[in-house]
Design a protein around this ligand. Structure first.
Ligand code: ADP
Length: 482
């Protein structure tokens, strides 16, 4: 590791402005998914340390909440600027612990920083309402106030951005936060905490606790001081955390699994569709919750699309994310590899054909070849389950109504994509897809100004945009008698 600023590499948790070890002195080792080498370790904390962090966040709340939105914005702006000033180091830490190519990691840092910048501004626009009274001597006013102490649990696939799109709106709204980052990628989170401290975010306002997911999660969901939990991760764990939060009726925001359909109609611009499929499917080696999972291609363009996609996929360069020119890194671990293998084997057994890839790459380890399957039958596992890896299964369809029915036939509802040029079709299909996000003639849909989130089993709430800050606010109605 060659950081310009080695003090960004922190191997301790961050509670109430101090760097701390676990009470019992235990630690979790963090390794590089590209080569298995140990990068360092972080404290293995549990319920006790989490309680300490929650109490710190609760102590910090009154003063933070009492600042004006502009005062908080000025501090958050410094956090944003420090992230951008340290973009190279933050990206390097991310590539080392997560595996994504350095250029992609740099992109994520600027994407992550954009949430802090944007919400710092949006915090100033937390408007209420005045409502014409129902009686002559009454005045009705609605104000919005920060929810209070919040908790966040984040995954490893976007080690920085999944944090800032929770911390940005929370802190801008006047909430404080205890964060538990994924155990695979804690160094990105801890570097953000170091920069938060340098930016002048007061102690206790933003805390990072590393360690046992279930012990920390239990405390975050059962401690009455925590008023809200925001979680990004699997539907299975999201369901569990939501149930745990039910006891105290804590608010929850959940950003869970997806099973994104990617539909190419006969009238699509095929080159653009290939470009979009490449970005949506193979970015981060297929490990994003909005990755295209099932590609439905209309009969008339099926063969041409498959051929063009294959040409594009064959140009991808697999390798260690630190190597210049690499476009695709390793998968996060061997379990992720096994899932891709399982989906390929199942589809092939049911009649699909592999036109490129299909197995582990010669680099070994967690490197899996970008793979395309054609003639995939509708009953293949990959039609129902999220692969979370570099596998593009191509399904053939004939007509619009059928493909909409197939696209909606899932418990998930996060992102969907389609390519078409007929204007009526664009509106018809866009409105018929049961998803929180629809990319039309584009494979890239995430940014800080738009609402990101799913329906059905893909989650609750929205992140980014003016809607994202609402998740951290309570509405208070004041009825004033004259
Ligand atoms: P993924 O498959 O993407 O790792 P998970 O849902 O397993 O998704 O993990 C997402 C985040 O949730 C990680 O930070 C993980 O440590 C955390 N997590 C996993 N299990 C639990 C749990 N029982 N309680 C709280 N957090 C958990």
């Amino acid at each position: 590791m060659q950081l310009n600023d080695p003090s960004l590499f922190r191997q301790q948790a961050y509670i109430e402005g101090k760097w701390c070890d676990a009470h019992r002195g235990e630690a979790i080792t963090v390794s590089n998914p590209a080569n298995g080498q140990t990068l360092g370790s972080v404290p293995k904390m549990g319920a006790d340390e989490t309680r300490t962090a929650i109490e710190a966040a609760n102590r910090a709340l009154p003063a933070w909440r009492a600042l004006t939105a502009k005062e908080r914005a000025n501090i958050l702006r410094r956090w944003f600027e420090l992230m951008m000033a340290n973009q190279d180091d933050l990206a390097q830490l991310m590539t080392l612990e997560q595996g994504k190519p350095l250029a992609e990691a740099k992109g994520e840092i600027s994407y992550a920083a954009s949430f802090i910048e944007w919400f710092a501004e949006e915090g100033k626009r937390v408007y209420g309402d005045t409502i014409p009274g129902h009686q002559a001597d009454k005045r009705l006013i609605v104000i919005k106030q920060p929810i209070g102490v919040t908790a966040a649990i984040t995954p490893w696939n976007f080690p920085a951005a999944m944090i800032t799109r929770k911390a940005g709106p929370a802190l801008a709204a006047g909430c404080t936060m205890v964060l538990k980052p994924a155990s695979q990628t804690p160094f990105s989170a801890l570097a953000l905490a170091e920069l938060a401290s340098r930016a002048g975010i007061p102690e206790g306002v933003f805390n990072v606790v590393t360690g046992s997911a279930s012990d920390i999660g239990n405390e975050l969901t059962s401690n009455p001081l925590v008023r809200k939990l925001s979680f990004t991760g699997s539907t299975e764990i999201g369901r569990q955390l939501m149930a745990q939060c039910a006891k105290d009726i804590k608010k929850v925001s959940l950003e869970l699994g997806g099973n994104a359909p990617f539909i190419v109609f006969d009238d699509a611009d095929l080159d653009k569709a290939v470009e979009g499929a490449l970005a949506s499917k193979f970015r981060n080696a297929g490990q994003t919750c909005v990755c295209a999972n099932r590609l439905y291609v209309q009969d008339g363009v099926y063969d041409r699309f498959a051929e063009k996609l294959q040409q594009a996929v064959d140009k991808l360069q697999l390798g260690d994310g630190m190597t210049p020119g690499v476009t695709t890194g390793p998968l996060i671990d061997s379990k992720a590899v096994a899932k891709v293998e399982e989906h390929i084997a199942d589809a092939v057994e049911k009649g699909a054909r592999i036109i490129t890839g299909g197995s582990l790459h010669k680099l070994g380890g967690n490197f899996f070849q970008p793979t395309i399957l054609v003639d995939v039958p509708g009953d293949a596992k990959v039609a129902k389950e999220e692969t979370f890896g570099p596998l593009a299964p191509l399904f053939r369809f004939q007509d619009e109504a059928d493909v909409i029915a197939m696209a909606n036939d899932t418990e998930f509802g996060l992102a969907a994509y389609f390519y078409a040029r007929d204007l009526s079709r664009v509106f018809r299909v866009g409105e018929a897809l049961e998803y929180g996000i629809v990319g039309i003639n584009t494979g890239i849909i995430s940014n800080e100004v738009a609402p990101f989130g799913g329906i059905k089993a893909s989650g609750l709430g929205r992140e980014g945009s003016k809607y994202g800050i609402e998740d951290y606010l309570e509405i208070k109605y004041m009825c004033i008698g004259l």
